[in-house]
Design a protein around this ligand. Structure first.
Ligand code: NAP
Length: 259
């Protein structure tokens, strides 16, 4: 399918690996030129070179911590007027509800709620003025189905979801669509690290830990970054102009509900 976005410009945050990388690859395949970001320069520059070589589009890497004001300013300056914004960053650490301090919450809110909001506040006016724009926020299945040990993530992402619910409906008349993609377990470094933790805690192999978690997913496997990226690119496409303010789960059926 021609996504109808060749020649557009996108900023994809936290995109040297994993779900951000998958999204960047799929947008590049659709002919979108990119600014991509991550903190570590080497892998980011390699990712930019690989994506550009594979898809023949311009890919500008900006090494910066997107959760800091200084990092965002550098990324946004390099990005300029973008038609597409994909927000993403690492998730907060696990822990216990009784242990988190105000500082822990502020850090999580900064990274996973206030950072995507600041990026939207920076990019939305230009998109609205030009009459076309797409924003996809990478959040988590934990928005719909809380994960106890990820209380910091549950809290911050719920706040972002509330902001998007109202804002998406305020900007839609300008041709700008904001939606959230909610990943379930995907085979990225993050998922492998979680498997490693389970393997160590239970004294089992990495493969056994992965098989145990996959058995809890109706699809009986993890998602892939490529599948995630394809869904993200569709939400950024010319065909997605009537999809507004939605929270779309990509979880292999893990969230058990009728609707
Ligand atoms: P990943 O494979 O570990 O990749 C994370 C990417 O983000 C890397 O490119 C990393 O590069 C970059 N990054 C991390 N923190 C950053 C920051 N502060 N500023 C700029 N770039 C940053 O992770 P992932 O699995 O794709 O996860 C992406 C998001 O989806 C996370 O918020 C995660 O919590 C959420 N999520 C993932 C899953 C899953 O199963 N994979 C499920 C639910 C939710 P550097 O380290 O070099 O910065």
């Amino acid at each position: 399918m021609d996504l109808g976005i060749a020649g557009k410009r996108a900023l994809v945050c936290a995109a040297s690996k994993g779900l951000g990388r998958g999204s960047a690859e799929a947008l590049a395949e659709a002919g979108v030129s990119l600014v991509i970001n991550a903190r570590t320069p080497g892998p980011l520059e390699q990712a930019a070179a690989d994506i550009a070589a594979r898809h023949g589009v311009s890919v500008v890497p900006v090494a910066a911590d997107i959760t800091t004001a200084e990092g965002r300013a550098r990324v946004l300056t390099a990005a300029g007027d973008v038609d597409i914004l994909v927000t993403n960053a690492g998730g907060p650490p696990p822990g216990l509800w009784s242990d988190w301090s105000r500082d822990d919450f502020i850090k999580a809110l900064d990274a996973n709620m206030l950072t995507p909001i600041a990026l939207m506040q920076a990019c939305l006016p230009g998109m609205m003025a030009r009459g076309w724009g797409r924003v996809v926020n990478i959040t988590s299945q934990s928005v719909k189905s809380p994960i106890g040990v990820l209380g910091l993530s549950n809290s911050a992402r719920a706040g972002l979801t509330g902001f998007v619910a109202g804002t998406a409906r305020q900007v839609a008349a300008s041709g700008v669509c904001i939606n959230n993609l909610l990943p379930g377990i995907h085979a990225t470094d993050r998922a492998l690290a979680l498997d490693g933790g389970v393997a160590t805690a239970q004294g089992i192999t990495l493969e056994a830990a992965a098989a145990q978690r996959q058995a809890t997913i109706p699809a009986r496997r993890y998602g892939t970054a490529a599948e995630f990226g394809a869904a993200c690119a569709f939400l950024c496409s010319a065909h997605a102009g009537f999809i507004v303010g939605q929270n779309i789960l990509l979880d292999g059926g893990g969230f058990n509900s009728t609707m």
